[in-house]
Design a protein around this ligand. Structure first.
Ligand SMILES: *Cc1c(COP(=O)(O)O)cnc(C)c1O
Length: 391
């Protein structure tokens, strides 16, 4: 089935007694009972399907999880309170029976970097960082470090680099490491990492999937081999998403493919506008035939969708000029986060990459003249007009 169809059908319309609700209601019950205690016993023992306690599972979350599983072509999912909770659960699931060692992309979402260096490392899990777009290097580091897990993002933030996910999946399969992919930026509209051999896919639901800037959530979509461990760990660890958030996320996802299609189309127009603007010195966007990962992009993203994230540099600009430009924006929302229906702009040096030393930012290629734009569903001419009057 096409992703547009899955988005509006998967997970919903489970029979309830004599009727079928058209959309899944919000179940706030913290526990569930059955007519007789024998059935409750069997539910606890996983001998019959059912719900026992909301930390383990609840029908609203279950519907959302089925939907995410369908979108990502997975075996099963776990909805978590945030994207970060989902990332932590994915790492724990991957490492529970493997060597406590991670190889990770050196360009990752800031909090993910902190999760690895400030949470996992003090608990004995070391990470080696590598340029995930340099396949030979990745292969050498995996051979050398023998990691239990490899962690990467499909599209890096904010420079929009794309690593050879399919080839890396072949490496991890051979080495026995689990491949965890944060697919928040690309979404299953552009790429479905499980189909390419990844083991666990993570999303911040907060971004494109929910898409309306009104809910926090995360999800892990798992292959068959890791699903049991994921659910078992989560029953104890307790990162479950609340049912209200599950409902909002599911409501958002129904229009996610429509929104994403439009956002991708808008982004092509906005990137073209920026490339022709005399104040803009550099535009990072995936439709660029001279993109440093063009070969990978042609192989992995052949369907004409290039995502809806753009980053660009202003000529000879520093913090002061960037602040003046951003203050001049009248419509584009100057806030952190991304993937919402409205366009949003962020200054990485001030927000997502604030904690890095200026030298380290420079080494990652994140200059003080770089801004990141998440293109929304507005009319692209209005987005360009707002940028134009502020530039
Ligand atoms: C936002 C984001 C996260 C974290 O998700 P939260 O829902 O904020 O916890 C992780 N990875 C990427 C790529 C993100 O953009």
């Amino acid at each position: 089935m096409n992703i547009h169809t899955k988005a509006v059908h998967a997970g919903d319309r489970k029979k309830q007694g004599d009727h079928i609700p058209v959309t899944t209601p919000i179940y706030t019950a913290s526990s569930f009972v059955y007519e007789d205690i024998e059935t409750t016993d069997k539910v606890f023992a996983h001998e019959v399907e059912g719900y026992a306690y909301a930390r383990y599972d609840n029908p609203t979350n279950h519907a959302l999880e089925e939907l995410c599983t369908a979108l990502e072509s997975g075996h099963g999912s776990l909805a978590c309170a945030t994207g970060m909770a989902a990332l932590e659960m994915a790492l724990r699931t991957a490492l529970i029976d493997r060597r406590k060692k991670v190889v990770a992309a050196n360009a990752l979402y800031g909090a993910t970097m902190n999760l690895l260096t400030k949470v996992m490392e003090p608990f004995g899990v070391e990470t080696t960082f590598v340029d995930i777009c340099d396949f030979e290097k990745v292969a050498a580091v995996i051979a050398e470090e023998k990691p239990g897990a490899v962690l990467m993002e499909t599209i890096s933030n904010p420079l929009l680099r794309v690593g050879p996910l399919d080839r890396i999946a072949n490496l991890t399969k051979e080495s026995g490491a689990a491949l965890i992919v944060d697919n928040t930026f690309a979404t299953p509209m552009l790429i479905r990492p499980l189909e390419l051999g990844a083991n666990l896919v993570v999303h911040s639901l907060t971004k494109y999937l929910a898409g309306h800037g009104d809910v926090m959530g995360g999800v892990i979509v798992s292959d068959e081999g890791h699903f049991e461990a994921l659910r078992t760990l989560s029953r104890t660890y307790g990162p479950a998403l609340g049912p209200f958030e599950a409902y909002l996320s599911m409501r958002g996802i129904k229009t996610f493919p429509l929104r994403m299609e439009r956002q991708c189309r808008n982004a092509i127009a906005v990137a073209a506008f920026l490339r022709h603007h005399p104040r803009v010195s550099k535009v990072n966007f995936l439709d660029d035939p001279e993109h440093p990962d063009a070969v990978t992009l042609q192989r992995l993203l052949p369907n004409g969708l290039h995502g809806a994230m753009i980053s660009f540099e202003l000529k000879d600009a520093g913090r002061e000029e960037i602040f003046a430009f951003m203050n001049g924006l009248k419509m584009i929302v100057k806030a952190t986060s991304l993937g919402d229906v409205h366009s949003m702009m962020l200054y990485p040096a001030m927000s997502s990459h604030r904690d890095l030393a200026p030298k380290q930012r420079e080494r990652l290629g994140i200059s003080d003249s770089l801004v990141r734009l998440s293109v929304g569903i507005e009319d692209s001419a209005d987005i360009c007009a707002d940028l134009n009057q502020a530039l």
